[in-house]
Design a binder for this molecule. Sequence first.
Ligand SMILES: [Zn+2]
Length: 180
Amino acid sequence: MPEYEIAEIERLMDGKLPWPRVQEIMKGAKDSDRFDKWVEVLQGRVEWPEKILLPLTSELFIVQKDGERVVKCRCGQEFGDYRVNWKLQSLIHTRDTEEELQEIYQGTEQPDPTWVQIREYYCPGCGSQLEVEGVPRGTPPDFEFLPDLDTFYREWLGRPLPDEKEFADKTPDVIKEWSA
Ligand SMILES: [Zn+2]
């Protein structure tokens, strides 16, 4: 099993490794601790102390915090339990008129605003654009990635996380509270 220096993994992540070297790494067997090195690099680039359990996007991470697992932005903004769609805690800009869609699409590419809307999700802490989705009007925000963290750590990494949690989408519970 090859072993790579963390500095080399970091350069790989940043696209700074020469292409011939990238090809060598791609063709070779994966190092067994690639995930840990990847997370170590990411952890070194954030200013907060909570341990990263899994990156969700380039800006968002699931972290361990006081026995809970919460979604946290690179800037420190928190979005709550990772089993609830973080989009509910974000700032949402919806494009659903012809004029607003024209800023993105041109000519025949433009979707019909009576059917489709574009939703842009922003972090309330730093204003980063976190996600964009084009969906039929009225559909709930797409919950793109709900990882089974306990199975991943237990079965794949061979080191179970402390205090296992029920693996379930908790988003409907929150929406129910809002409408109560
Ligand atoms: Zn942020």
